[in-house]
Design a protein around this ligand. Structure first.
Ligand SMILES: Nc1ncnc2c1ncn2[C@@H]1O[C@H](COP(=O)(O)OP(=O)(O)OP(=O)(O)O)[C@@H](O)[C@H]1O
Ligand SMILES: O=C(O)c1cc(-c2cccc(F)c2)nc2ccccc12
Ligand SMILES: [Mg+2]
Length: 272
């Protein structure tokens, strides 16, 4: 573990800048570490709210996982510290903000942009699965954009905490694969399903199983009620890839390394 990870950080080590956003348990601020002048994102979480939501041990576990992951498309966690009332996470700063805002602005992405994002996410997930980490929360609001436009998986929801908070209490079901909707045991192939949902949303601007009511979304997911709109026009290669990822039987989904060899990815993704 590097020297930076071992040292005991305190709030005095940082100059705090503008707020970057509000999360469930507190704010995220731009900050500069005084000794190195290194720019970071400081995520401030209130202990009282963490306790109320019974997520503190899960946060510890997620911090443990996140701090050991090193990949260009996974947001770095450099360290953490806490005081009387708050827990502080020292995160890599993603200068171009949230992917979902970008998607809302553009409505949908070009095939080249979508394929480039999908390929980088597939490489990040191959890396995670190699370390027996399943993400389970791949969706636009958990993706940030780095200074060079590269995608960063930015969520600590690597474990149960997001499942409890995100799926049963609030938030979208759109990304849940059938085995999670039917809450049977699940494996790394859940991330292949979610990446397929994401690829669809990149190209069409809406997730494939969207419906007014949760019950309708549930039904569309478990029936894999996959339809491709006539507009915007999307290549058959892209539809072929999505159709090989959104497969009910998780063992039949296109493996991530095969995804990287798919013609649509080869023809459209920027070389990494
Ligand atoms: N590393 C970062 N770089 C730039 N902006 C960030 C960063 N982390 C968070 N933000 C901004 O702050 C907002 C809230 O952060 P975040 O989503 O992590 O909080 P949260 O929603 O409580 O956490 P979670 O997504 O795990 O539920 C984000 O939507 C984003 O706009
Ligand atoms: O007072 C504490 O010892 C404390 C520590 C941590 C913590 C410790 C390491 C990593 C991490 F992410 C969180 N989280 C908390 C959440 C609620 C209340 C207290 C705490
Ligand atoms: Mg968030």
């Amino acid at each position: 573990v590097s020297a930076a990870e071992k040292r005991r950080w305190t709030l005095n080590d940082f100059d705090i800048g503008k707020p970057l956003g509000r999360g469930k348990f507190g704010h995220v601020y731009l900050a500069r570490e005084k000794m190195s002048n290194h720019i970071v994102a400081l995520k401030v979480l209130f202990k009282s709210q963490l306790q109320q939501s019974q997520v503190e041990h899960q946060l510890r576990r997620e911090v443990e996982i996140q701090s050991h992951l090193r990949h260009p498309n996974i947001l770095r966690l450099y360290g953490y510290f806490y005081d009387q009332k708050r827990v502080y996470l020292i995160l890599e700063y993603a200068a171009k903000g949230e992917l979902y805002k970008e998607l809302q602005k553009c409505k949908y992405f070009s095939e080249r942009r979508a394929a480039t994002y999908v390929a980088s996410l597939a490489r990040a997930l191959i890396y995670c699965h190699g370390k027996h980490v399943i993400h389970r929360d791949i969706k636009p609001e958990n993706l940030l954009i780095g200074a060079q436009g590269e995608l960063k998986i930015a969520d600590f929801g690597w474990s149960v905490h997001t499942f409890n908070r995100r799926r049963t209490m609030c938030g979208t079901l759109d990304y849940l694969p059938p085995e999670m909707v039917e809450s049977v045991e699940h494996d790394a192939n859940v991330d292949i399903w979610s990446l397929g949902v994401l690829c669809y949303e990149f190209l069409y601007g809406v997730p494939p199983f969207e419906a007014k009511e949760h019950s309708d979304t549930y039904r569309r997911i478990v029936q894999v009620d996959l339809k491709f709109p006539s507009k915007p026009i999307v290549s058959s290669a892209a539809k072929d890839l999505i159709s090989q990822m959104l497969v009910k039987d998780s063992s039949q989904r296109l493996p991530l390394h095969k995804l990287l060899e798919h013609p649509w990815i080869i023809q459209n993704a920027e070389p990494s």
